[in-house]
Design a protein. Structure first.
Length: 251
């Protein structure tokens, strides 16, 4: 899979962080760490971790293809790698298949490892984010052609991190979605859970009115801290969601 520029990543940049990218097969990570903690060796170690995680998961899927293909909650074999169990547990709470949690689970695994070296860590994987920070951060909201895109950002206080901030869209990206949401963003301490719930909630959105249904669904899942659902000019939010104008946030 060739790399294409992900324009929504422009909404993630913070001046105090050094950024690097790790691309391996379908995994495409955009990573920020404290500028004084970045080294080429850290980037190499991160790539090695991604290769190791993918290798373990791919070998397991080769033995248990049902894990890959099911769209319903699934119980992996006891000997499955830890990340497979993490994905399955998160997906079960959301009522979806375990692959709905894969991007968030990968972002969190990499983020937790990088947290050993840097107090500031941002790992983005296909719109799904692991964030650890000692200061307030702004995460831009990308919701396709909605008028909210580029105009609002999520304000994340440091005391909410480590945090998963995951987005599912029925019109943007290559991930499977059965709905037509411009964006459903879910906040949870577990990025795998945030990913799975965002997928499930976005599946419920076929038109602007369903943003309320999607938000209500996500709000009922244990562990979810906040939800933001967008379709066109309609927006619904619940929980620890604080939106700020982009201009004010960057001023």
């Amino acid at each position: 899979m060739s790399y294409t520029e992900r324009t929504y990543r422009l909404g993630l940049r913070e001046n105090d962080l050094a950024y690097f990218q790790v691309v391996y097969k379908e995994t495409d990570l955009y990573i920020g760490v404290r500028s004084d903690r970045f080294t080429p060796e850290l980037a190499k170690r991160t790539e090695s971790l991604v290769r190791e995680l993918r290798g373990r998961l791919e070998r397991y899927i080769g033995e248990d293809p049902g894990f890959l293909h099911t769209l319903k909650p699934y119980t992996p074999a006891a000997a499955a790698p830890e990340i497979a169990h993490e994905m399955a547990a998160a997906a079960r709470l959301a009522g979806v298949g375990p692959m709905a949690a894969v991007a968030g689970a990968f972002a969190a695994r990499v983020g937790r490892e990088l947290s050993r070296f840097s107090k500031e860590v941002l790992v983005e994987n296909g719109g799904d984010i692991f964030l650890k920070s000692s200061c307030r951060r702004l995460i831009g909201v990308f919701a396709a052609d909605s008028p909210f895109t580029g105009r609002v950002a999520l304000e994340i206080p440091s005391n909410m991190t480590p945090l998963g901030i995951c987005t599912s869209s029925g019109v943007v990206g290559h991930s499977l979605s059965l709905g037509k949401a411009d964006a459903v963003v879910v906040l949870a301490a577990s990025a795998a859970l945030a990913d799975a719930v965002a997928t499930a909630a976005a599946n419920l959105v076929s038109g602007p009115e369903e943003v309320y249904r999607a938000t209500e669904f996500a709000s009922q899942v244990p562990g979810v801290l906040g939800v933001l659902s967008i379709k066109g000019d309609r927006l619904a939010a619940w929980g620890k969601i604080k939106l700020v104008p982009v201009d004010a946030g960057h001023g």
